[in-house]
Every structure is written in structure tokens, then in C-alpha cells.
Design a protein around this ligand. Sequence first.
Ligand SMILES: Cc1cc2nc3c(=O)[nH]c(=O)nc-3n(C[C@H](O)[C@H](O)[C@H](O)COP(=O)(O)O)c2cc1C
Ligand SMILES: Nc1ncnc2c1ncn2[C@@H]1O[C@H](COP(=O)(O)OP(=O)(O)O)[C@@H](O)[C@H]1O
Length: 309
Amino acid sequence: MKIFHSIETFRTRQKTIVTIGTFDGVHIGHQKIIEKLLDNAKTNNYQSVILTFFPHPRMVLQEDSEIKLLNTIHERADLLEQTGLDNLIIHPFDKTFSRLTAEEFVKNILVDQLKIKKIVIGYDHRFGRNRSANIEDLIIFGEKYDFEVEQISAQEIEEVSISSTKIRNALQEGDIVLANSYLGYPYFLSGIVKEGKQLGRTIGFPTANLMIEENYKLIPKNGVYIVKSMLHNKTVYGIMNIGINPTVNGNKQSIEVYYLDLDLNLYNQNIKISILKYIRAEEKFDSLALLQQQLEKDKAIALAFINKL
Ligand SMILES: Cc1cc2nc3c(=O)[nH]c(=O)nc-3n(C[C@H](O)[C@H](O)[C@H](O)COP(=O)(O)O)c2cc1C
Ligand SMILES: Nc1ncnc2c1ncn2[C@@H]1O[C@H](COP(=O)(O)OP(=O)(O)O)[C@@H](O)[C@H]1O
């Protein structure tokens, strides 16, 4: 997959089939649309293109927006790459772009720059300044500028009936199993392992502390989860705490994983943590010894879960 960081840098010799959207999460609803795009591209010998925006339009148009996303832009690109897509354009959405009229968008962007022959788009998609144009307008532009419009019907959208918002809500409520079923893969966090207070190892539970650079990434509800990672090409399971560590009088949110059956220095490594199951809420214990006892129980729960996989 080729990645372009703006529409202006996009180059192709072939005609294209394009879809536009945020695709946050690349969930099974998105995956269905992408499948349609790729099938169509193959049949017609077009290049498949997804035009996506970063920052998220809501981050730009509502400046105080505290919207949290399911994927960092790098994660989104990785997930899209796995679908077999040919081209991903990550265009920096800004106010100037948002002021393009519908026809300017179609003519200057889709036709002249993207060489569009077909667009695959939801029946309810709106575009152009103030979201002024709808699918009927797009069909008229298609006739004028010679491209086909394929609608994703209300029924199809309803059938999948999944939205990034539903997944965000599920994660914020700790319902990881529901979120994962919508996503079609386990929700994951990625970042770099940083040093902590080095207390973990003193109670037999060294914990890799995850630092996530992107402040817009959605962190699931605080609590303890069963997780897995690929470390040195091996699947390793673990138990993760998202919380403020009240037992050691912490006050900042941290994300820490104790991996079962592992003794490796992970400092400064990039890791990806796939979240499988919520176990319990974070608690304040009167001593580290009591926390340690609880961790033994968490570990036993995780082992029982893994043995049933
Ligand atoms: C699976 C797991 C569950 C945890 N649960 C709690 C908890 O319920 N309450 C709490 O205060 N800390 C909890 N912790 C965090 C510990 O307080 C933390 O790992 C310990 O203080 C070591 O921190 P360090 O990595 O900075 O040395 C948990 C950690 C893990 C890995
Ligand atoms: N099984 C394991 N799970 C997690 N981290 C481990 C494990 N074994 C070794 N480590 C290493 O130990 C570090 C965590 O030790 P810990 O005493 O909790 O220190 P810190 O407070 O710096 O996280 C991890 O960052 C990693 O480098």
C-alpha cells in the first residue's frame, strides 16, 4: 500500500475507485465497504484509494473537541494496509479544505487530482462546505464529470449497524468483548515501554509501563484486563492494569502489563497490547502484600481463561 500525506502528492497512471471517510477503528462495517472497493477495483482494473483525513474533522472544526479515537493515525494506516488496499491518502484536514464548495471538491480533488472513475459511498454521505451536498448531487456531478457512484444502501449500513461511536462507548464502559466483536479483532493499545517506580519486581510482578504518545487515543475504562502481545515473534499473555495505582498513592493514569511466563527487558521497546477480557475494577489495598495476593488471583483467572482458548 502506498501512503500519501496530502491529496496534492497523490500520483497514479491508472484510473481510480475511491471511498472517503475517517474509518476510525477499521471495524467490520468499514471492512465490508473496503471489500466492496477492492472487488470493484479488481473487476475494473482500477487502483483502489481511500481518502481519509487527519486531524479528524471534529478536532479541527470544534477546537475544544475532546474526541477520542479508536486508532492513532499510524494504527489506522497499519489496519488499512492489512486489507490489501492500494493507496491511502491521509489529507491534513483544515479550515480551508472545509470551505471547498461541493463542486470544487468534486472537480478539483476527485476528478483532477484523484482521476476518479468510481466512488463508493454511504447513502447518507454529505460533503462540501457546510455539508451542503448529498448523494443525489454527487450522482449529477458523476454524469457531468464521467464517474460512477455506487451507494452503500441504508439496509447495508443498518445490517452492519455498527459505528465507531458504539465501540467507543463499549470501551468506556469496559465492555471489551462487545467492542471486539464489532471491531472484528481485539482492541489494542500501542506505545513505548518506560521506566516506573520499579516496585513491581519487588512483589514478583514486574510490569511494563506503556507510554502512549497520542493524547487522542481512547483508553478503555480503568480496571484490570487479560491481554496478549507479540514479543519477539511469540504470543505472550498478560494481565494489564489501567488506573492510578491507589495502593502506592498514585494520581496519574498509568497502563501496566505483567506478562505471564516472561523475563525480558522491555524498556524502550515498542509494544502492542491486544485486550481480550475485563477482569475487575482497580482497588486500593492497605499494603503491597495484599495487592500481591490479588495479583496472584488475577493471574490464576488469566491462566484459566487462556487454557480455554
Ligand atoms: C494486573 C495488575 C493489576 C493491578 N491492580 C491494581 C489495583 O487494583 N490497585 C492498585 O493500586 N494497583 C494495581 N496495580 C498496579 C500496581 O500498583 C503497580 O503495578 C505497582 O505499584 C508497581 O508499579 P511500578 O511498575 O511503577 O513499579 C495493578 C497492576 C497490574 C499489572
Ligand atoms: N514478565 C514481565 N512482564 C513485564 N515486564 C517484565 C517482565 N519481565 C521483565 N520485565 C521487565 O521489567 C520491567 C518492569 O519492572 P518493574 O519492577 O515493574 O519496573 P518499572 O517500575 O520500571 O516498570 C519491564 O519494563 C520489563 O522491562
